[in-house]
Design a protein around this ligand. Structure first.
Ligand SMILES: NC(=O)c1ccc[n+]([C@@H]2O[C@H](COP(=O)([O-])OP(=O)(O)OC[C@H]3O[C@@H](n4cnc5c(N)ncnc54)[C@H](OP(=O)(O)O)[C@@H]3O)[C@@H](O)[C@H]2O)c1
Length: 356
């Protein structure tokens, strides 16, 4: 049976924000027909969930970064949860039709990929396969290594997390709590997100950075200053936290989403606090720790099944077409937890036994 595959191609350079318009925007739909035969060393996958990530804006234009930019005209890069629907003859000992995988598929409905680009999902009993793209995937690992390797929270520490209700931030804050932090403070963009952090995740304080007096709230919540700051946001929030840095504090520079869509990114004016308070400020990329993924996943899986880590997902409906607007909404803060697009519901999976 011939398969028609719809894809989203990178069509126009953002100026500087992403334009979700389906006709003249940053991405455009392309339709191709896939050949009937799958090569011996490939799998044919049907994509069910596409991950949305803040770094995608960087992937479009950043010239010198940790990953090459996506080329104009190429399928937009992205991870997905997909189901194996055909197996090349050389891979039948490793995969079966119906297997679920985390795939480096890009933004499309189907993908033909090799084994290295399609990792079989293995989540602990009681967990959801979509966890493999969030708390047991890249964002969970990012939180884990950023907090454990760079932040190194100790019993009694005051830990602040920005972007705290997002996929990475919510896990980072909970890891600090597991490691005995005295005060974990989340910074997020709405009263509902702050309620969620306090009531469902056990953060000690949550500050809505859209409140007029948020800097005073930060000061009141950090009477012993900040020992670890896990930053997903950059800009004004990083600056304010530098103003509250404790001596010998660790500033984990994970992301700077407030600056990704602006023409001229803003640096911190409180940078001299790094000297006077002897702040260790370190950026990192999760891939640096690839060799330690198995151990990290074991710990994250354990904490998840023990209920020490709670998580949430934000699933965007509307199929592949909804992806560009979903990405714009991610920058706008629409999500609590990992944001994904449902390309096709699980009810349409080919094998009932393989249901997510
Ligand atoms: N270093 C690494 O290896 C690595 C790996 C993965 C991700 N990251 C970074 O980690 C960060 C979080 O990524 P994620 O995938 O977990 O996304 P996410 O936090 O689930 O979603 C992004 C959140 O950022 C917040 N935000 C957007 N604009 C903002 C602004 N101007 N000021 C403050 N907050 C803003 C929004 O929440 P509010 O409603 O709170 O504004 C939004 O929900 C990103 O900066 C990303 O680039 C780094």
């Amino acid at each position: 049976m011939t398969i028609t595959n719809r894809q989203l191609l990178y069509a126009n350079t953002p100026t500087p924000a992403i334009d979700p318009s389906p006709t003249s925007g940053t991405f455009k739909i392309n339709t191709i027909t896939l050949p009937d035969d799958v090569p011996d060393d490939k799998l044919l996958l049907r994509i069910h969930y596409l991950a949305l990530e803040p770094a995608m804006r960087q992937w479009l234009t950043a010239k010198r970064s940790y990953i090459a930019p996506v080329e104009l005209g190429a399928v937009m890069r992205g991870q997905s949860i997909a189901q194996v629907i055909r197996v090349g003859s050389g891979l039948t000992s490793q995969y079966q039709v119906g297997d679920w995988v985390v795939a480096y598929s890009g933004w499309q409905e189907y993908a033909v990929l090799g084994a290295k680009e399609a990792q079989k999902i293995a989540v602990p009993t009681g967990c959801r396969p979509t966890d493999a793209m969030s708390v047991l995937g890249m964002t969970g690992l990012t939180a884990y290594f950023g907090m454990m390797e760079v932040g190194q929270p100790k019993a009694g520490d005051t830990v602040v997390v920005s972007g705290a209700a997002g996929a990475t931030g919510m896990v980072a804050g909970q890891i600090a709590k597991i490691h005995g932090a005295k005060r974990v403070i989340g910074i997020a963009g709405s009263a509902d997100k702050c309620d969620f952090l306090r009531n469902e995740l056990g953060f000690d304080y949550a500050i809505n950075y859209k409140d007029e007096d948020w800097m005073k709230q930060l000061k009141d919540a950090t009477p012993e200053y900040i020992d670890v700051f896990f930053d997903n946001v950059g800009g004004e929030i990083l600056d304010a936290c530098l103003g509250r840095a404790a001596q010998f504090s660790r500033f984990v520079i994970c992301g700077a989403i407030s600056q990704y869509n602006v023409a001229k990114p803003q640096g911190p004016s409180n940078i001299m606090q790094v000297i006077s308070q002897r702040v260790k400020m370190q950026g990192f990329i999760v891939f640096d720790y690839a060799k330690q993924y198995p151990e990290a996943l074991k710990n994250l899986g354990l904490w998840l099944t023990q209920g020490k880590i709670q998580r949430k997902e934000h699933i965007v409906q509307g199929g592949l077409e909804a992806t560009p607007q979903g990405l714009v909404d991610l920058y706008g803060g629409a999500n609590t937890g990992k944001m994904m697009v449902e390309v096709v519901p699980v009810s349409e999976a080919i094998d009932d036994k393989a249901k997510l």
